[in-house]
Design a protein around this ligand. Structure first.
Ligand SMILES: [Ca+2]
Ligand SMILES: [Ca+2]
Ligand SMILES: [Ca+2]
Length: 502
């Protein structure tokens, strides 16, 4: 067994104690594994109601949208003297499922279904944890992901490691095959996840295979024990060995993610043969100024001003003098691997290293053209996702996401179909494009210079939860996408922002 990759520390960062847990935190109590921990963000999540209707269990009825919470431990509702409940946030195992607040993404009634019957809407995704949520912070336990179904309620919680009778994640053997973590674009040693399971392998008999999260195509293949995942999400690793000539296997998850807000753009690279250039854009929080796709405008982060190579013109969005967790324009993490921008492809990461830290916002990768048949994810021609990041997002401000159809050299007949995944502290909060719209966004060459306004994202935090809300943007009641022409996106921001949540 090789040492845990140092990048695994990152997810400890996201396990932010919110001061309301009555239950002991096994990580803070020193119970965390010496390997660096198997928890990722410890996140929980749940969607509200995108229609603006009040959540069924008495929420604010505000903007709705998809939300992702980051509850560190919901505890057991500890009792103080006289039996008074002193943990206002704790739910533990209670009599009923709760859809919002601290109950988001949590299996409040411990029936091993999460947010069963709770409302959600198109394009929403969320993390989820089955069983007693007080185990969420335990080594070996990790949330899975659930998607909103066409019925307007949450689908099954898939992936993750749960406090169910079958999995008993809190008592999983940390010495055997176990979950591992990585940041996007960093190369991970898969053998660290095989634990001591690989100790007795016949020489030369070991192989690793990886299956990617939904929508990740092409899916990178391992190079021996090295693996470079480019997109956030949960990957399933299968390790195979022979012992005395008899094959044995184990599987374990690889959780890939980064801190803060990370928006990832891909499109149907294979169908359009890598000959289409889409560009991811992010608008300065709460800005109502127009989009400026070529750069040179502070309000619009894109390829023209947000890459390391266009650093001098980079947007300045946050007050000087801020320190994390307040939003900062530039930050050098004392832990080298926490500077996730250092792993950006195409030489951009090396430029960030030369700058000595990561800028926020920033565009880590601009895919201009690519070769869908390329299988080496470290190759410059690999069909990599574009991504824009804010490492320490501001609170209570809407951040708008857009995708610009820059150029289209494809004449083969297939339309280009963008896909945007929005991650909050490593947790999927929305998956938009192919799903989530009655008529998904799809462009032909005649739509060059159109701009799809994807969603607005807002981070908020109170004494119990840290959450992000994703509000997909729709042009009408039929869930059609907002698709702006040149004349429109060059003169306007698009629809008004949703009301700020209470
Ligand atoms: Ca719940
Ligand atoms: Ca339940
Ligand atoms: Ca591009």
């Amino acid at each position: 067994m090789r040492p845990m990759p140092r990048s695994s520390f990152l997810f400890g960062v996201a396990l932010i104690a919110l001061g309301c847990s009555a239950a002991p935190d096994p990580i803070e109590d020193g119970g965390g594994p010496s390997t660096g921990g198997t928890n990722n963000t410890g996140g929980t999540a749940q969607g509200g109601d995108n229609t603006g209707n009040a959540p069924s269990q008495g929420g604010t009825g505000g903007t709705g949208g998809s939300t992702a919470n980051f509850v560190t431990s919901s505890g057991g509702g500890g009792e103080g003297q006289g039996g008074a409940i002193i943990n206002p946030c704790g739910t533990g195992c209670g009599p009923e499922e709760i859809c919002d607040g601290p109950g988001k993404g949590i299996d409040d009634d411990c029936d091993y279904e999460v947010d069963e019957g709770c409302p959600c809407s198109a394009g929403q995704a969320s993390s989820c944890f089955k069983g007693d949520s007080s185990f969420l912070a335990s080594p070996g336990c990790n949330p899975g992901t659930m998607y909103c179904t066409e019925l307007g309620t949450w689908g099954p919680c898939v992936g993750g490691n749960h406090a169910t009778p079958e999995e008993q994640c809190a008592s999983a053997n940390p010495q055997g095959c176990h979950p591992i973590n990585a940041v996007p674009f960093a190369t991970t040693d898969l053998s660290s996840g095989a634990g001591n399971f690989d100790d007795n392998a016949d020489p030369g008999s070991e192989t690793y295979t990886v299956s990617c999260p939904a929508g990740v195509n092409p899916c990178p293949t391992p190079n021996g024990t090295d693996y470079t995942a480019l997109q956030s999400g949960e990957y399933e690793v299968t390790y195979t060995k022979e012992v005395g000539g008899a094959p044995q296997t184990c599987t374990f998850p690889l959780y890939v993610g980064a801190r803060g807000l990370r928006v990832e753009l891909t499109w149907n690279f294979t169908e359009v043969q890598g000959n289409v250039d889409l560009d991811l854009h992010m608008k300065q929080p709460m800005s109502t100024l127009p989009w400026v796709i070529f750069g040179d405008a502070n309000q619009d982060c894109g390829y023209g001003n947000c890459k390391a190579s266009s650093f001098n013109a980079a947007p300045v969005w946050f007050p000087a003098g801020n320190v994390p967790p307040d939003p900062v324009n530039f930050y050098t993490d004392p832990v080298y691997e926490a500077n996730s921008c250092y792993y950006a492809p195409d030489g951009e990461g090396a430029q960030w290293q030369a700058e000595g830290g990561c800028r926020s916002p920033r565009l880590d990768a601009d895919n201009i053209s690519c070769t869908p048949s390329e299988t080496d994810p470290t190759s410059g021609s690999y069909c990599a996702p574009e991504n824009i990041n804010i490492d320490f997002p501001p609170k209570n401000e809407w951040i708008r996401i857009g995708v610009h159809h820059y150029s289209n050299f494809y004449s083969g007949g297939n339309l280009v179909k963008p896909n945007v995944k929005i991650f909050c502290d490593g947790q999927l909060a929305s998956d938009l494009g192919p799903v989530g719209f009655a008529s998904p966004i799809q462009w032909s060459t005649s739509h060059e210079d159109n701009m799809w306004l994807v969603a607005d994202v807002l981070f908020r935090e109170d004494e119990c939860v840290k959450e992000c809300i994703v509000q997909p943007l729709y042009s009408n009641d039929q869930n059609a996408p907002v698709d702006l022409t040149t004349a429109q996106h060059s003169t306007q921001n698009g629809p008004p922002y949703p009301p700020l949540p209470q």
